[in-house]
Design a protein around this ligand. Structure first.
Ligand SMILES: Nc1ncnc2c1ncn2[C@@H]1O[C@H](COP(=O)(O)OP(=O)(O)OP(=O)(O)O)[C@@H](O)[C@H]1O
Ligand SMILES: [Mg+2]
Length: 312
């Protein structure tokens, strides 16, 4: 554990969470922590188990094994104490269509026991709904409904904000605004934020740390510390050759790698010694090597690689 982690409090602890439906294991021993001020991405394809984990974190579904702690309180054993620190947005926004956006927020605030109009105004401003907040909910577009859902999640000023696919249905400027909003909440209010998504390009710009999940298993976990050291990207070397398909086959047979082909290049992991050896091998097979170029892999490439390797 590094010094940044020590100085930041753990807000969410997911410990050994497993969920079995009938005989199907949809979450398999999931473990991670999120600290205050950190934005964590939970990334995976459809059916990976993202919503199931978020429902467990919110106490809406019990885990088969394991436990979730929010600010040190167990969601499973100390539900009320844990849940006061949580704001969540899961799937569709639940609201009354005949009320205005503002009335909905005031109503939900009253369920928590207190309606602080200044706080509501501030949240409405934060989610960019000031201009339309007194219109009826039913007249809102999908993106506006998402914003109201986010506002609802922020009402109790939570220490942990959990958002299931929050960029679904948002237009490009909506995504940019949401990113700004979440970054401000993390920085200014020290909120810990967990966001699930399958849209990697958006997550790369948003998250400080992430987990890549598939079929209920965490395949890759990058802490904030890892990301600070290496960035979200990994490096690779593109070797430009005259016969990329043949070169790919040779590298697979000789080194057990599965290089991808990009135009006239094959892509190998970033390793200078390996690069030199591969060049020699290719030349010994009469493949012309025109050069090597270091490229950085985006989170999207990394994600696809990890999923591909896991499914082999
Ligand atoms: N109530 C349930 N009963 C049985 N199986 C379920 C139930 N809820 C979810 N599952 C299964 O658990 C797996 C994970 O589903 P989940 O909704 O968590 O995935 P997801 O990652 O959120 O997917 P998406 O990107 O499509 O939202 C799926 O195989 C799903 O069919
Ligand atoms: Mg889902």
């Amino acid at each position: 554990m590094n010094s940044t982690e020590n100085s930041n409090k753990k807000v969410l602890e997911v410990k050994g969470i497993t969920k079995v439906y009938k005989k199907r294991t949809v979450l398999n021993n999931i473990n991670f922590d999120i600290h205050e001020g950190e934005i964590f991405g939970f990334l995976g394809p459809n059916g990976a188990g993202k919503t199931t984990l978020i429902r467990i974190i919110c106490g809406m579904t019990p885990p088969t094994y394991g436990e979730v702690f929010i600010c040190g309180n167990s969601v499973q054993r100390q539900f009320k104490k844990a849940i006061v620190n949580l704001g969540a947005m899961i799937e569709n926004c639940q609201a009354y269509s005949y009320m205005t956006g503002y009335q909905n927020l005031a109503y939900f605030a009253s369920l928590n026991g207190n309606v602080d109009h200044l706080r509501i105004d501030e949240i409405v401003e934060t989610v960019g709904m000031t201009a339309r907040i007194h219109d009826k909910f039913r007249t809102y577009s999908y993106g506006m409904r998402q914003r109201i859902a986010l506002a609802q999640a922020l009402l109790n000023n939570p220490k942990l904000l959990v958002l299931d696919e929050p960029t679904n249905g948002l237009d490009a400027s909506g995504v940019i605004e949401l990113r700004k909003t979440l970054k401000i909440l993390a920085a200014r209010e020290k909120m810990a934020i967990m966001v699930s998504s399958h849209i990697l390009t958006e997550m790369e710009l948003l998250c400080d740390s992430f987990a890549i999940v598939d079929s209920g298993k965490v395949l890759e976990l990058r802490s904030k510390e890892d990301m600070e050291k290496t960035g979200s990207s990994d490096k690779q070397i593109a070797i430009s050759v005259n016969y990329p398909n043949y070169a790919c086959k040779v590298v697979h047979e000789e080194y057990g790698l599965f290089p991808e082909i990009a135009g006239n290049s094959i892509l190998i992991p970033f390793n200078r010694d390996l690069y030199k050896k591969i060049v020699k091998t290719l030349q010994s097979k009469n493949i012309a090597v025109f050069g090597g170029r270091v490229e950085t892999k985006s989170l999207e490439d990394l994600y696809l690689d990890i999923l591909k390797n896991n499914r082999k």
